[in-house]
Design a protein around this ligand. Structure first.
Ligand code: IVH
Length: 673
């Protein structure tokens, strides 16, 4: 290869070719309006490849030839999202959508909102970070906090620009959906079947599978597309509405769905949802619903988020897809909380792209309501990823030999008694606290890596511990001695001692992990952490009323009620006493570093100019303070931004100290150096 500088005319030709190719990619993949034939496009690409091969020093990472540049990688690197990638709350009918709008309107008081409506494409979420207009990184959603770096694969998707058009912001993280059109998906499957390669059940699985290929060459060969629907971090640009953001994306050359619409009123937004629903079958890609968002970003900010989804958006899920099949049998399954769920075993049937062989019947009241029997022909429905369900019995197809489905009188796992806890409850439960079906799962969860992290406490071990009556709850683990374990199958001296040591080592894990490990309904890792930080000790948390729990920003009424109910239960008190007596730590250490705001609780109202509310709250928490969403006697400071809401008056009433943004910043600056 010549090492000397390339002649200027070659450099110019290379630049021109890249511009042309980018332009045609944009016409084809973003606008869906190609201007040249595939052959003409290939010619340009080949010419560029040839010139770059002759002058490798001129290759840049954002050259169109570099889309398939990455080498196969063993594992995707984890990427921590700067702003969590949340989910959306769902509404399954008009009434639920209207209920969402009413909640939002209440939260906004006098302020009138406009809306946007976009199709909810059934694809895979992807976050793209651009720095000064160059694609820096692509990450999957993962668990919402940490995703996987799939940059090499994402670069092969031609709808994703490697370089933004026009005046790009300093930093822009857009989020959107990777998907496949129905036609591309079918063509891909047909080809794969011919070649004896892997076929996919539906376009969503095909997109997910293609995006997570170890070899970018494979991804490049898959017909993936992309559109933008939201953002994470924006630096060096300001938008006042979601629509403005989408428009800006269009000017940057990022794809936005054609079906997105701005609506001046909620009624217009709802109409557009219905229109999308009607068009559903005619769209080029699979959609499972429509997303309504409050358009004004200031109003979005006012509504904020729950721990899992924004309050300013709702996904209206279109009615599910249906299929007809026969019930071959009925089983009862026991959940971690003892609930017994009837499950219909079905003659396998294809529905919405997957084969279905069982469906939930929810509970025995539902069995009675449907009148479903073994042998019946039934209509099942499947929506998105939820478990398929039986919706209707086709009575005209009965032949008289069908068998009724009755609640089991004994638990299928422990043969223990099965009851309805309260007469008006629909769920049958196995109340045996040592029922193995529940206990196995409870103990495995308690010892799992994210909870108390007890190495060696696998399923085979737990099953034996329960069968031999060595444990009947988590607290019993801490009484096990090596000699108890030696009696188990496959337990040599060393292994027994290792497990005893591992259990002992879990005692000081702290409140957050313990709370998560207890398996309280709705309490995931994040919420457990939050509760541990806020309350500091199990005793304080156990005393908290639902109202105090709800005053925490991320906690809604359902979660607050579940936590309060858990601690009210007499069984809980006993378990906690026994854990404490066993030396398990019941408190959470304060975060490391100085905590100048310890003991203070901040509430924010109105819009901040220099930072987002989430950033301000994170700052307070980092300095050891607490944040809450409503003003109470526990509040020490209210920070009032632009156009503060009713919290401002409440603060005045209660005599709580009020800071404007400048005063708040001065206060923070004292602590952050
Ligand atoms: S907005 C804070 N808009 O659906 C969440 N999401 O079920 C902002 N999705 O995680 C997301 N189409 O991956 C938004 N038009 C759309 C969407 C959409 C599909 C996905 C997205 C999200 C998931 C939630």
């Amino acid at each position: 290869m010549p090492k000397t500088a390339a002649p200027e005319h070659v450099q110019r030709e290379i630049e021109r070719l890249r511009e042309q190719i980018r332009h045609h990619d944009y016409r084809y993949y973003v606008l869906d309006q190609p201007e040249v034939s595939d052959a003409e496009y290939d010619q340009l690409l080949r010419r560029l490849q040839a010139l770059e091969a002759q002058h490798p020093q001129l290759v840049t990472p954002d050259s169109p030839t570099q889309r398939v540049g990455g080498v196969p990688d063993e594992a995707f690197q984890p990427v921590r999202h700067a702003v969590a990638m949340l989910s959306l709350d769902n509404a399954f009918d008009e009434a639920e959508v209207r209920a969402w709008q009413q909640r939002a309107a209440k939260g906004l008081g006098q302020a009138g909102a406009t809306y946007t409506v976009e199709p909810k494409v059934d694809g895979v979420g992807l976050a793209l970070t651009y720095e000064r207009g160059r694609l820096l990184r692509a990450a999957t959603r993962g668990d919402g906090t940490t995703g996987e770096d799939v940059t090499a694969n994402a670069k092969t998707i031609r709808a994703i620009p490697l370089r933004l058009q026009g005046e790009a912001p300093r930093r822009l993280e857009v989020r959107g959906e990777v998907y496949m059109t129905t036609a591309d998906f079918e063509a891909h499957n047909a080809r794969a079947a011919r070649e004896g390669a892997e076929t996919f059940a539906n376009p969503r699985n095909a997109s997910a599978g293609s995006l997570r290929q170890k070899n970018p060459q494979v991804t490049a060969a898959r017909p993936l597309r992309f559109f933008v629907h939201s953002y994470g971090v924006v630096e060096g640009a300001r938008f006042s509405t979601h629509w403005e953001f989408l428009d800006a994306c269009r000017t940057f050359g990022l794809p936005v769905t054609e079906q997105a619409k701005r609506c001046d009123s909620f009624e217009a937004a709802w109409q557009h949802c219905r229109r999308l629903e009607e068009q559903r079958e005619r769209l080029a890609f699979e959609v499972d619903g429509a997303v309504i968002k409050v358009n004004e970003l200031s109003l979005q900010q006012r509504l904020g988020f729950t721990h899992k989804a924004p309050r300013w958006a709702i996904a209206y899920k279109f009615p599910a897809q249906h299929a007809t099949t026969q019930v071959l049998g009925a089983e009862a399954s026991v959940g971690r909380t003892g609930t017994i769920t009837p499950v219909a075993k079905l003659k396998p049937v294809a529905c919405a792209g997957v084969t279905i062989s069982s469906a939930t019947l929810h509970n025995y009241d539902e069995v009675a309501r449907l009148g479903v029997r073994v042998g019946d022909w039934v209509v099942i429905k499947r929506a998105g990823d939820v478990i398929p369900q039986v919706v209707k019995v086709l009575e005209s197809r009965r032949h008289g030999k069908e068998r009724r489905i009755a609640p089991p009188s004994r638990c299928p796992a422990c043969r223990g008694e099965v009851t309805k806890e309260k007469e008006d409850e629909v769920a049958y439960r196995c109340l045996n606290p040592s029922c193995p079906a529940q206990l196995i799962r409870t103990i495995l969860h308690f010892g799992s890596r994210e909870a108390m992290d007890i190495e060696g406490l696998g399923e085979a071990v737990v099953v034996q511990l329960i069968e031999r009556r060595l444990i009947k709850d988590a607290a019993d683990l801490y009484r096990l001695a090596a000699k108890d374990l030696r009696a188990l199958e496959l337990f040599a001296e060393k292994k027994a001692q290792n497990l005893v040591d591992a259990i002992a080592a879990s005692r000081p894990r702290g409140l957050a992990r313990l709370l998560y490990g207890l398996g309280i309904r709705h309490v995931g890792e994040k919420i457990a952490q939050l509760l541990a930080e806020h309350f500091g000790s199990m005793a304080r948390l156990a005393r908290a009323k639902a109202e105090e729990l709800e005053s925490l920003q991320e906690i809604g009424p359902v979660l607050a009620a579940a936590v309060a109910a858990y601690f009210r239960h007499p069984g809980t008190r006993k378990l906690l006493e026994r854990l404490e007596a066993a030396g398990v730590k019941m408190t959470e250490e304060a975060a490391r570093g100085p905590r100048p705001l310890a003991g203070q609780t901040f509430v924010f109202t109105g819009e901040l100019l220099a930072m987002t509310r989430a950033q301000a709250e994170a700052l307070v928490r980092r300095l050891g303070g607490k944040t809450a969403s409503s003003v109470s006697r526990l509040t020490t400071h209210v920070v009032a931004g632009q156009a503060p809401g009713s919290k401002f008056n409440k603060a005045k009433q209660l005599g709580v100290k009020i800071l404007d943004e400048a005063a708040f910043r001065r206060m923070m600056d004292q602590h952050v150096r």
